[in-house]
Write a protein that binds this ligand. Structure first.
Ligand code: SPM
Length: 343
């Protein structure tokens, strides 16, 4: 943690990604401070929000409010799918998303691709209530770069649900906010598959949200932004991008759950409810407009591209025609007997 982020026993999340605004948490005890090959990892015990995980100076989770993020990023796509069996988690080395995915009895295999082994170890040691499902027999860990893993031929058409629990688009997670990564995730889905990715704050990063919607709406059948409130992320809010692949038995929209929490199982969830699922897709006017604008821009760009391509093909067709006429004329001059035979 940069020294200027701790003063008088308080951690302040000062960062260029959210200029002029910062959350502060009072530190009771510093528990862990290591630099991995990828990032600076720190854990402290806070006065009122439990243990806190910080990566490169940015809050990733606190034990008090992590449910608002982990439950929503996992259950929004899982309950939108009628029968999720094979799930991929990208990132999420603290183990919180695994803890949520194992709650679905339909799920047979869970692959988690996390780049940083030290995050996994810190999670197990300092966040046992979060990293509680690593031993579930359905879980396989791939320790590596998710952007490489998702491009592999062996994952094509393999998953029902992909959940990307990443840090922000600076540092190791940068490529996870770019179009090629989403195109590769689409390929890795089965028909009717769903993806859900950490998609930043509507108060701070409307530009990132619009960019994500713009390129995902070209690839997927449907894409939607959903929101959750979480006090320890900047501005107290974070969102998710949910994209659906056509086909299968899934509905294209994730806004109405395909399955509801079963009666008697409500206590498995601290934050998520079937009602909150639908409510997460009800957005303030300016966000609804930004999402609609991004989709309309993508449509217009696609139409423009198709028009330009048609025009280029038309020109090429004409040029080919002229060329073959000229070739034929030249050939008939060079070998008049052929022409005579042909006629
Ligand atoms: N399993 C928890 C990992 C958290 N991953 C998301 C962290 C996002 C932190 N930054 C939020 C910034 C919002 N603009």
């Amino acid at each position: 943690m940069a020294a200027n982020l701790i003063q008088n026993g308080w951690f302040s999340e000062i960062n260029e990604q959210w200029p002029g605004v910062a959350l502060s948490l009072e530190i009771e005890e510093m528990l862990y401070d290591e630099k991995s090959k990828y990032q600076h990892i720190q854990v402290f015990k806070s006065k009122t929000f439990g243990n806190v995980l910080i990566l490169d100076g940015v809050v990733q989770l606190t034990t008090r409010d992590e449910c608002a993020y982990q439950e929503m990023i996992a259950h929004l796509p899982l309950f939108s799918h009628p029968n999720p069996e094979n799930v991929l988690i990208i990132g999420g080395g603290d183990g919180g998303v695994i803890r949520e995915v194992v709650k679905h009895s339909t799920v047979k295999h869970i692959t988690i691709c996390e780049i940083d082994q030290l995050v996994i170890e810190a999670g197990k040691k300092y966040f046992p209530s979060v990293a509680s499902a690593w031993d579930d027999e359905r879980v396989t860990l791939v320790c590596g770069d998710a952007n490489d893993y998702i491009q592999k031929a062996e994952v094509e058409g393999k998953f029902d649900v992909i959940i990307t629990d990443s840090s922000d688009p600076v540092g190791p997670a940068k490529a996870l906010f770019e179009s090629p990564f989403y195109v590769a995730m689409d390929k890795a889905l089965k028909a009717g598959g769903k993806i859900c990715t950490q998609a930043e704050s509507m108060w701070l990063h409307l530009d990132i949200i619009k960019k994500l919607v713009n390129f995902t709406s070209r690839t997927f059948k449907n894409c939607e932004y959903a929101t959750t409130s979480i006090p320890t992320y900047p501005c107290g809010q974070i969102g998710f991008l949910l994209c659906s692949k056509a086909g299968g038995k899934s509905k294209n929209s994730c806004a109405t759950p395909a399955r509801r929490v079963k009666r008697g199982e409500e206590d498995n969830f601290k934050y998520y409810t079937s009602e909150l699922h639908s409510a997460a897709f009800v957005l303030p006017g300016f966000v609804t407009k930004a999402v609609a604008d991004a989709k309309a821009e993508a449509d217009a760009e696609f139409k423009e591209f198709t028009k330009a391509q048609k025009a280029a093909n038309g020109k090429k067709h004409k040029a080919d025609e002229t060329e073959s006429k000229e070739d034929a004329a030249a050939e008939s001059v060079a070998s008049p007997s052929k022409k005579a035979k042909a006629s």
